[in-house]
Design a protein around this ligand. Structure first.
Ligand code: SF4
Length: 447
């Protein structure tokens, strides 16, 4: 019997990527092959994103392409919540399921393309760490689904529900399996990493025979024992994060935090209903930097939120100058269908949003460039992501750079026959521009 083949299109954020990896792992475990093109597939699964209007459009286009190239399509992911919208444009998709609905996707696959009957999951080879869509040397580690907050610009809680934390034993087992598979860096993701375990009342679990609480600090401490890079994303500036900064100071996890501040004006943060909006974030940053001077902070911001006045924007710019963040992304506010912020009064005209965006980026670029200049002459450890095809250059990252979203360290004049992706190098920083660093190799630390 011919092995059934399933095509896969994965869109969206790292959380959606992890969902795709889980579905692909399950498909392989059951004996399906993953098709490399539409034509060879018995059906195609499209994992969609529904976060902002452009992502919705991209998802609808991807479904359209899979329909015209293959014709047998199962839709899953965040946009799946809006089945009517999908069916309006693509009435003949086989099935629509929501975000993180692995079981529903598998049931739909079984319905339309039964798994090979003689498959034995204990004999067939599925890597212990599952199927991953990232390079071999780094992996995303999803610790929870959903979110207990209700930010007014966001529809994720209505798509993914309230926070559900994975048991800490399972999270740590997965991280250990990733390490055994050669992963050098895990990137912890969720909608709110600092809230990990709140829903379970910090339930006690076991790992390697030891009791561990399903709690942010305890998870970080245990991950820190693995001896690989551990990078935290989507953390909010709550007081209980202070203890995790201590772990960073002790070198147990990377001194890097991704905190989506989004704004600094208390009035706008309140309108956004942001987590920790009443915290004194500048004080908190100061404290953290005292505890761990090498701490790098990346963040994202939204300008032009409904009701944002020039005064609010100035508060944001002043905050930014004072906060001296290392890595910053900025978006102009764009309404998301179903978000309560759409009903707020005083929407900001597009040209003002754009003008504020440019002013914001100008300020941040100066901060970022000055910070990177200070790195010149320093010795850093970097992880190689790839080698340049045409030049003797390794494209790498230090603890200060998350993949895809931050800058790179370009290690020049290397011997490409001895260095490969996944190697850890000791380098000396020789130059910098606004976003990236340039370096010379001192030595290969671990291959
Ligand atoms: S914290 Fe806010 S923005 Fe983030 S997922 Fe939850 S509701 Fe959405």
């Amino acid at each position: 019997m011919k092995t059934p083949k399933v095509g896969f299109v994965s869109l969206g954020c790292p959380k959606a990527l992890v969902d795709s990896e889980r579905i692909l792992t399950q498909l392989k475990t059951e004996g399906y092959q993953v098709a490399s093109d539409y034509n060879g597939a018995d059906l195609v699964v499209v994992n969609t994103c529904g976060f902002i209007e452009s992502a919705v459009q991209e998802s609808l286009d991807a479904i359209g392409e899979a329909m015209s190239e293959n014709g047998r399509v199962i839709v899953t992911g965040c946009l799946g919540k809006d089945e009517d919208k999908i069916r309006q444009m693509h009435p003949n998709v086989l099935k629509v399921t929501g975000a993180a609905a692995y079981q529903d996707v598998m049931e739909a696959v079984h319905e339309y393309v039964p798994a090979p009957p003689k498959h034995n999951p204990f004999i067939d080879l599925v890597p212990e760490q599952g199927v991953r869509l990232t390079p071999k040397h780094y992996a995303y580690l999803k610790i929870s689904e959903g979110c207990n907050h209700r930010c007014t610009f966001c529809i994720i809680p209505s798509m993914r529900g309230d926070l559900v934390s994975r048991p800490v034993g399972k999270v740590l087992d997965e991280a250990a399996a990733l390490k055994r598979a050669g992963v050098k860096e895990v990137l912890v993701i969720s909608q709110d990493t600092s809230a990990y375990g709140v829903d379970t009342k910090y339930k006690l679990d076991f790992w390697n025979g030891q009791p561990v609480k399903t709690k942010f600090y305890d998870m970080c401490e245990a991950l820190g024992q693995l001896g690989i890079w551990v990078r935290l994303h989507y953390v909010y500036p709550y007081p209980h994060v202070d203890a995790v900064i201590d772990l960073m100071g002790q070198g147990k996890i990377l001194p890097y935090l991704d905190i989506p501040f989004q704004h600094a004006s208390p009035r706008i943060l309140k309108l956004m209903k942001r987590p920790a909006h009443s915290e004194n974030t500048l004080e908190r940053l100061k404290l953290w930097r005292e505890k761990c001077p090498e701490l790098v902070i990346r963040s994202t911001f939204v300008v032009g939120f409904p009701g944002e006045t020039e005064e609010d924007f100035q508060i944001l710019l002043d905050w930014l100058k004072e906060a001296q963040l290392d890595r910053v992304g900025c978006f102009t506010y764009s309404p998301v269908e179903g978000a309560t912020a759409n009903d707020l009064p005083d929407h900001v005209p597009e040209e003002i949003k754009q003008e504020r965006y440019e002013r914001f980026m100008e300020v941040q670029q100066e901060i970022s460039a000055a910070k990177l200049q200070k790195r010149i002459g320093q010795t850093m450890t970097v992880l190689v992501d790839s080698l340049e095809e045409e030049f003797p250059v390794a494209v790498a990252r230090s603890y200060a750079d998350a993949p895809e979203i931050d800058g790179n360290v370009f290690v020049e004049d290397i011997d490409k026959s001895v260095i490969k992706a996944g190697d850890l190098l000791e380098v000396e920083i020789t130059d910098a521009d606004e976003y990236d660093l340039f370096a010379r190799l001192i030595q290969v630390k671990s291959a």
